[in-house]
Design a protein around this ligand. Sequence first.
Ligand SMILES: Nc1nc2c(c(=O)[nH]1)N[C@H]1C(S)=C(S)[C@@H](COP(=O)(O)O)O[C@H]1N2
Ligand SMILES: [Mo]
Length: 256
Amino acid sequence: MNKPIARRRILLGAAAGAGALLLGGCERVDRGTGGLLSSAETLNRGVHKLLGGRRSMAQEFTVADLSPGFRGNGNTDPDDDDYRELAAGGFADWRLVVDGLVAQPASLSLAQLRLMPARTQITRHDCVEGWSAIGQWTGVPLARVLELVRPLPQARFLVFHCADSFGSGDHEVPYYESIDMDDAYHPQTILAYGLNGRALPVTNGAPLRLRVERQLGYKQAKYLMRIELVESFGDIGRGSGGYWEDHSGYAWYAGI
Ligand SMILES: Nc1nc2c(c(=O)[nH]1)N[C@H]1C(S)=C(S)[C@@H](COP(=O)(O)O)O[C@H]1N2
Ligand SMILES: [Mo]
C-alpha cells in the first residue's frame, strides 16, 4: 500500500485527531487481552489485518533508489550521560537487554548481534512531519532474537526502551515505542546496526535501532537499550504505547 505521502499525512492527521477525541471520551480499556487501544485503532489494526496488510511485505527498492543521505530527526545526538559514555567507548560496553515475559532473558553485545543471521533491505522511511527517505538497513531479524529468549504465551507486545529522552529536569522522559507480535515476527522487522553499508551513525540511532517497515517513522525506535515483552503497555509511560502516542496523540498503530 503506497499512498502518496501527502495523502498519508492527511489520513494520519485525521487519525491523530480522532485519537485525541477518543482519549477524552470513549477509549476502550481492553485489559483482558492486554491491549490499551482506542476503538479507532483497534479498527484500523483489524482492517489492516483483514486486507492482508499485516502479512504483506513493505516495498523494497534498489541501490539506484537510495536517497543521497539519510537525514536525522527527533533526537540526533543524545546528551544523556549514560549514552555519551557508551558512545565514547565505541559502544563496546553497550548491551541490548531483552526481558519481561520471556523464558530466557538475554543481554546481547553488538558483536553477538552481528554474528547472528543478518538481513539487508532497502526501504522508504515516511515521517509524519512530511519527509521520506530511502535507506539500506542491515540488522538481525527480530524473530531471531525472539527465538533466543522464547516469549511466554502471555506476551502480546514488545516495548522498546531507548537511551535518549525528551524534556528536561523533572519532565525528562525517555523515548519508547511498542509493537505487537505480528510486527515483531514479520520478516522485514529488524534490529538494524548498519545504514547504507556502514555502521549505523549516532544521528540515526547508533548502535541499534528498530526497523518496522510497514509503519511510520516515529515507530522506528533509535538508541535501543532494552526490549521488554509485556502483556499490556497500559502501565508504561502514560499508557498509550509510545512517546509521541503519550504526548501528542499519535496513533499507536501507524500502518502505511
Ligand atoms: N529513540 C528515538 N527514536 C526515534 C526518534 C527519537 O527522537 N528518539 N524519532 C522518531 C522519528 S519521529 C523519526 S521520523 C525517526 C527518524 O529517524 P532518523 O533520525 O534515522 O531519520 O526516528 C524515530 N525514532
Ligand atoms: Mo517522524
